[in-house]
Design a protein around this ligand. Structure first.
Ligand SMILES: Nc1ncnc2c1ncn2[C@@H]1O[C@H](COP(=O)(O)OP(=O)(O)OP(=O)(O)O)[C@@H](O)[C@H]1O
Length: 455
């Protein structure tokens, strides 16, 4: 019944094997430069069977009575037993392998094979989800500051130094980090992002460097890898680095200098090879001066800084970004795409965009959800971007207009201005205009200004 049997000594060296061991085909023997099974005697077991667990058996003295291993297209059922002398000392181990040709093993082997292929698929999906999703082509904009960013991204892809991304919230720091990774020779290795500001301070160290088995109650028996280990061979994106507490800054610096990390509760270091891209919306240089950020870590990270422009400083890109988001949102909502009228674009240009590109994407989405129509009009932004919809009154066809029309237009502009000044708060806008809230709502209806029931 047995398709393979092997005996090892206490150093896990092969002492004996049956002749027709399932592992030992001609190809393998040729690869190892061995003529016959006799030549295997004295070799360490892993040399012949790379993922053998015999060493574990001789080292722990525990048997592994039932284990399933894959070998080419075969599934083997393996039993491993320690051998002891009269005093109970482990002197070696014995293993038997049964091939899946045995009909009674079929159900187990089939199930194992199914689980194995499912695991492979999930692992592939996980690896793909860790790869970066964006490349420099996804960085939208042709304004001079954006073209300069794209040049720097391509350059950063060619070098291996740390990169520091500086820019306000929503300027695309994460997108740029992914693009640098995708442009680098690590593109097919993991891209792992960690947001320092989003993790409670007491969990940061474990999140970065991992946890050894049994490091603390509840830590589990398996080691938990940290982001450094997960990013091994690839890129680690440290977002909001300015929020990192000082003690952890010291540990991060050490990890970067030594290229090794020490998991929590372990006294062994693990070698890691990661490329660092850090980002912050905080004034890091000022934080160094005030002592809130370590200068040595700052110099280590600030090798290749890239400043991302605020949207207000590249308003030339508003049109292309707005149409892109309009298209994306239409697709996601399964609606026809709405073009932006020139007046709508003017309204967008008047806004200051403190939330940058993220805010623009949100505003366009809100227009889709809160208004209807085939095109996006300036008025559609009235409630969403208070005041930006203020348009110069359209001139009447004959160049003149009635007092009533001019008064109406003035009223409309004043209402929109009050809404802008009060950032959309109707009660406050009504107070500024000296109106009751009910009266303000009447004016909103009269001028077709969209409104929410209350703020
Ligand atoms: N140049 C750009 N082209 C296309 N999309 C962009 C661009 N810049 C930013 N975005 C989009 O804006 C959103 C915010 O970008 P991202 O998360 O990269 O910004 P961030 O600077 O990392 O923000 P935070 O500092 O708040 O984390 C994302 O949906 C991103 O795809």
């Amino acid at each position: 019944m047995i398709d393979g049997a092997i005996l090892v000594d206490r150093e896990a060296r092969i002492v004996w094997s049956n002749d027709k061991h399932v592992w030992f085909n001609d190809k393998l023997m040729a690869q190892l430069g061995l003529q016959s099974t006799a030549d295997m005697i004295g070799q360490t077991v892993e040399r012949v069977i790379p993922h053998s667990r015999m060493r574990e058996v001789v080292e722990t003295g525990r048997s592994l009575p039932l284990d399933i291993m894959r070998y080419g297209e075969h599934t083997l059922l393996v039993s491993r037993l320690p051998l002891r002398d009269e005093r109970g000392e482990v002197i070696g181990a014995l293993a038997f392998a049964l091939k899946n040709s045995l009909t009674y093993l079929r159900p187990i082997a089939d199930r194992f094979n199914k689980l194995q292929s499912r695991l492979n698929r999930v692992e592939q999906e996980l690896a793909a989800s860790r790869a970066s999703q964006y490349t420099v082509e996804n960085l939208i904009g042709f304004s001079p500051p954006m073209l300069q960013v794209k040049r720097l991204v391509r350059r950063a892809g060619q070098i291996r130094s740390a990169v520091l991304l500086l820019g306000e919230t929503g300027t695309g720091k994460e997108l740029v980090a992914q693009s640098i990774h995708a442009a680098s020779d690590r593109a097919h290795r993991p891209f792992v992002a960690v947001n320092t500001a989003a993790i409670p301070e007491n969990l940061l160290e474990a999140e970065f460097f991992g946890v050894a088995p049994g490091a603390y109650t509840g830590a589990g028996r398996q080691p938990r890898p940290g982001k450094f280990q997960l990013a091994h061979g690839g890129t680690l994106f440290l977002d909001e680095i300015g929020d990192m507490p000082l003690p952890l800054q010291a540990k991060l610096l050490r990890a970067l200098q030594e290229r090794e990390v020490e998991p929590l509760g372990s006294n062994q270091v693990v070698k890691v090879d990661v490329r660092i891209i850090a980002a912050t919306s905080r004034p890091l240089a000022d934080m160094v001066r005030s002592g809130a950020f370590r200068s040595d870590l700052y110099y280590r990270l600030n090798v290749f800084p890239i400043q991302l422009p605020a949207l207000r400083d590249r308003k030339d890109d508003l049109e292309i970004l707005a149409s892109l988001f309009s298209e994306k949102i239409a697709i996601s909502l399964d609606q026809p795409m709405r073009e932006l009228t020139p007046a709508a674009l003017d309204a967008l240009r008047q806004h200051d965009w403190p939330g940058n590109v993220r805010e623009l994407a949100n505003v366009i989405e809100q227009v889709y959800v809160r208004t209807e129509g085939e095109r996006i009009l300036a008025e559609d932004f009235a409630d969403i971007l208070p005041g930006s919809a203020i348009q110069p009154p359209p001139p009447p066809p004959d160049g003149k207009r009635s007092l009533a029309a001019a008064m109406d237009e003035l009223e409309r502009v004043l209402v929109l201005e009050a809404l802008e000044d009060s950032r959309g708060n109707k009660l406050e806008a009504a107070r500024r205009l000296g109106l009751s809230r009910t009266n303000l709502y009447a004016k909103l209806r009269k001028h077709g200004i969209p409104s929410q029931p209350d703020d």
